[in-house]
Design a protein around this ligand. Structure first.
Ligand code: DI6
Ligand code: FE
Length: 407
């Protein structure tokens, strides 16, 4: 037992530990928390020399790491329900985007919203994520697409992390779509990103990483490379929306820059998977977008497994292709649609999601010395977390060692 005073003792918890093949559940035991860290883990009842400030009886509930949603676009204004109706009548996502709808319609609304409104609309989604067990979230910009509006979005993301008990990691996604004022001049917009937007975001400390959308309705590999070079020059790690609608070999490009992750990957080929494996780039799978677009081109899960690429699972929370804040539902979709095992899915929202954010040293597992971000679930076995369709099994959520009500 550690010498530090214990701030919180959780008794009678069954701790879940997963490897790539399966999840193991320890017999009932305890977790002791000192400050924001896990200070002791043990079987049965603890014999503590130190005073214990607070104590909780988990009564046999499963204990997992707090969930990590490593890919969201949750700062935006408005919604795209009208576009949803158009797609139900046969319009495609690409045709709507090419006709000036899609991402650009959210850009209009996000630019018009003042900072408080943008904060309030985004806070609703953030609180919903938290109710579903999320303790760390990545939030991208990408609905501003101008210096002012990109910085506004990143500031809102940062203040969400300050106002709510959740860690927010931000990514600058200025290279998400071509803003209307740059129509026909994509390379000029890339100049704007690399000369003004990215340096400012970096200087103000508003971006933890840089992302891009490399696709036929996004940016070319050559344009993406320029964004990555600027990120590198400013000491920021990169990640990429790659191979979502077509194969642009974006995953290999991302891997060349040592990317934290390459995301979507429905059209990834074997060379891309090999490049990712070599670089330690995590594959972030987004079954919500696959489902919502009624995609039928499955990401090559078997290739990723064969080459030992770590797989994460995330909501992709965004108004156009994945309007969801239910990360546990994504576990079910990852298994049902992509045939991940429940263990792979759970790793995908814990250890591998931490890796996708570069946080694996401190987050993503229930281990001595790690940050005490934890969830207690009213289920009998780990697979039940992926089995339930949008279930509500979360009993308690702890952020930095403190339990917060699930309002
Ligand atoms: N791929 C996506 O699925 C989201 N962004 C991207 O590059 C969709 C964004 C949107 O449609 O608003
Ligand atoms: Fe996305």
């Amino acid at each position: 037992m550690s010498a530090a005073p214990i701030d919180l003792l959780i008794r009678n918890a069954r701790v879940v530990a997963c490897d790539d093949a399966s999840c193991a559940v320890a017999p009932r035991g305890f977790i002791a928390i000192a400050g924001d860290r896990i200070a002791a883990i043990g079987a049965g009842d603890p014999t503590l020399g130190e005073p214990v400030r607070d104590e909780i009886d988990a009564d046999g509930a499963l204990l997992t790491p707090g969930l990590i949603d490593c890919h969201t676009h949750l700062v935006y204004a408005g919604n795209r329900a009208r576009e949803f109706e158009m797609r139900l009548q046969g319009a495609s996502y690409e045709s709507i985007a090419r006709a000036g709808g899609g991402i650009v319609s959210t850009v209009r609304q996000t630019r018009e919203a003042d900072e408080d409104t943008l904060f309030a609309e985004s806070a609703v989604r953030l609180q919903s994520l938290m109710r579903h067990g999320v303790t760390t979230v990545e939030i991208k910009s990408g609905y501003g697409l101008s210096l002012e509006a990109e910085l506004k979005s990143l500031r809102v993301a940062r203040s969400l992390g300050e106002r709510f008990p959740i860690d927010v990691r931000t990514s600058l996604l200025a290279a998400h779509a071509l803003p209307p004022e740059f129509a026909g001049r994509p390379d000029d917009y890339i100049d704007e990103i690399v000369q003004r937007i990215l340096p400012q975001a970096a200087r103000l400390g508003l971006a933890d990483a840089v992302d891009g959308f490399c696709d036929t309705i996004g940016f070319t590999p050559a344009q993406t490379r320029r964004v990555f070079e600027a990120a590198r020059a400013h000491g920021l790690p990169v990640k990429l929306h790659a191979e979502q609608l077509s194969n642009q070999h974006g995953a290999a490009l991302a891997a060349e820059f040592g990317a934290l992750s390459a995301d979507h990957l429905e059209h990834l080929d074997e060379d891309g998977a090999i490049a990712m494996a070599r670089a330690g780039t995590v594959a972030v799978l987004l079954p919500g977008a696959y489902y919502f677009l009624r995609d039928s081109h499955l990401p090559p899960i078997e290739l990723l497994r064969r080459h030992g690429v770590a797989m994460a699972v995330s909501t992709d929370c965004n108004p156009g292709t994945s309007p969801t804040t239910h990360l546990p539902l994504m576990l079910n979709m990852a298994c049902t649609l992509f045939r991940l095992t429940p263990a792979e899915a759970l790793l995908g929202v814990t250890r591998h999601a931490a890796q996708a954010l570069g946080l694996q040293a401190t987050h993503g597992t229930v281990e001595l010395g790690k940050v005490a971000d934890l969830c207690l679930w009213d289920v009998d076995q780990p697979a039940a977390l992926a089995y339930e369709i949008a279930g509500g099994a979360l009993r308690a959520r702890f952020k930095n060692g403190v339990q917060h009500p699930l309002q």
